[in-house]
Design a binder for this molecule. Structure first.
Ligand code: FES
Length: 88
C-alpha cells in the first residue's frame, strides 16, 4: 500500500527502513528512503507503521535487542531514562 503519495513509497518500504536503518522519527524515515517530507500528510501513518514494527522490539529492548545498541549513542529519551532508573 502506498503510504506517501508525494514520494511514492509503501508501508513495506517503511518497514524495511525501520529494520535496516532504525530511524527514530517519521522524519528520519524520509531520509532513510532518500527523500524528504513534502506535504507531511503521511507522517502519522509512518509513525503508526514504525510503532507496529517496533512494538515487540520496544518491549524487549531492555534485554539486549540490537535496536537498543543502534541507539546507544543517541540522547536518552524520557522513556529509556525511566527504564534505566527502574533497573537501578
Ligand atoms: S504524502 Fe508523504 S509527504 Fe505528502
Amino acid at each position: 500500500m502506498i503510504v506517501c503519495s508525494c514520494n511514492v513509497f509503501s508501508d513495506r518500504d517503511v518497514r524495511d527502513a525501520v529494520a535496516k536503518d532504525q530511524p527514530r522519527t517519521a522524519g528520519q524515515v524520509y531520509g532513510c528512503l532518500g527523500c524528504s517530507a513534502q506535504c507531511g500528510r503521511c507522517a502519522t501513518t509512518i509513525r503508526k507503521i514504525m510503532d507496529d514494527a517496533l512494538g515487540a522490539c520496544a518491549k524487549s529492548c531492555c534485554s539486549g535487542c540490537p535496536h537498543q545498541q543502534a541507539h546507544s549513542h543517541a540522547e536518552p529519551q524520557p522513556e529509556s531514562m525511566m527504564l534505566q532508573a527502574a533497573a537501578a
